[in-house]
Write a protein that binds this ligand. Sequence first.
Ligand code: SAM
Length: 232
Amino acid sequence: MKRGALELGVDVNDRIDAFATFLDLLVEASGRMSLTTIRDESGIVAKHFVDSLSCLRSEVLNSSMSVIDLGTGAGFPGLPLAIACPHLDVHLLDATRRKIEFVGSVIEALELPNAHPHVGRAETLGRQEGQRGRYDRVVTRAVSTLATLVELSLPLLRDGGVLIAQKGPSVVDELEAGRKAAKLVGGEVEQVIEFRLPITGETRSLVLVRKTRSTPAAYPRREGVPHRSPLF
Ligand code: SAM
């Protein structure tokens, strides 16, 4: 864990006990309910913990920002970010209650004051007063295609805010649709950062989409529509 994080430029020496407790809780809970397909400890460290911290490579994610993890599942990438960066204010959103209950139990066990669980859908939050336009950054991994992520994320961002989408090597296939969707919803694809993941050497990318103007009131469309009928 320490070596993988350090390769990404993140020092987690002081937080290693918290990561160890999270690992125990995840392994224990995965025996009872379906939370992650990766069950072995070294796989969880490399493919969940270190992979989550790779968001910090983007250099647009700084401490003291307000971040929402859209579709966090068992807490990725949001919980490793909240553990490693105590000054980051991290909100963890998922539509599935039992996943957020697990995330809440980890937050409680680790006494993380900077992590806040929410059950709900991004389509609903993106239309809610006090949530629309609230966040500096959206982070997200393994939730949907780029065009759908853009429609779900940009309404949640303040003007000038950035979506950081964690993607694999096939992101090139999604870029054109993502660019067109961003234009419609009030943003532009600013950068695609390609890199190899520490430990496994797998290819990953971060797509950065900046919100450049207010999102038109028509977006996000109603629950389920952005997934079923992507804008492009
Ligand atoms: N991000 C986690 C990870 O990388 O391990 C979980 C990925 S899981 C494949 C996708 C998650 O996104 C699911 O838990 C699902 O409930 C959630 N999700 C999908 N669409 C959503 C939406 N519109 N609003 C909130 N959560 C959503």
